[in-house]
Design a binder for this molecule. Structure first.
Ligand SMILES: CC[C@H](C(=O)O)C(=O)SCCNC(=O)CCNC(=O)[C@H](O)C(C)(C)COP(=O)(O)OP(=O)(O)OC[C@H]1O[C@@H](n2cnc3c(N)ncnc32)[C@H](O)[C@@H]1OP(=O)(O)O
Ligand SMILES: [Co+2]
Length: 135
């Protein structure tokens, strides 16, 4: 794990939250992107070296929809930047973490991603992110 890649925040209304976080950061999101496989629409803000990802659900069966129903809006996950996501998945499995998707999947913002079950990381949903080199 090299650094925190982004902090994911679940929101009910992405447009309204984009406006709110633009006031907070004084800058608009640098990207808005839908990830159909996750049933989410996301927007990304930069604040210095940090990134915030806002996520709204685009489908009832989205993990974000379920989270919002259960817990409401708030911090949903912490994503870490990794150099080699396959090696990291193998290492973390060895260490006893539950990896929710052993084959990395395409995430937002040009990343390959995998998630660890929060019950094996003190109640925190951890996302692993590897930058996909642009062609
Ligand atoms: C990939 C695009 C984008 C990116 O950055 O590129 C994203 O970040 S997409 C983010 C949305 N996708 C995911 O979150 C995928 C991984 N998540 C899952 O597979 C599920 O959400 C899972 C397995 C974490 C929970 O799903 P489940 O159906 O089991 O929901 P439950 O409500 O029954 O939860 C079980 C248990 O886990 C606790 N929980 C759920 N979500 C979270 C969370 N975000 N943080 C901490 N804890 C969480 C929940 O409270 C339950 O605990 P319990 O003690 O049993 O009540
Ligand atoms: Co994320």
């Amino acid at each position: 794990m090299r650094k925190i890649e982004h902090i994911g925040i679940a929101v009910n209304d992405l447009n309204a939250s984009n406006a709110l976080f633009e006031k907070l950061f004084g800058t608009p999101p640098y990207k808005t992107e839908e990830v159909g496989s996750e049933g989410v629409r996301t927007s990304f803000f930069k604040s210095g070296p940090n990134k915030i990802e806002l996520l709204e659900a685009t489908r009832e069966d989205s993990p974000i929809a379920k989270y919002l129903d259960k817990k409401g809006e708030g911090i949903h996950h912490i994503a870490f930047d990794v150099e080699d996501i396959h090696a990291e998945i193998a290492r973390l499995k060895e260490e006893g973490f539950i990896v929710l998707n052993e084959s990395p999947k395409k995430g937002a913002d040009n990343k390959l991603v995998a998630f660890l079950h929060p019950k094996t990381s003190n109640g925190v949903l951890v996302e692993l992110c590897q930058e996909v080199p642009s062609e």
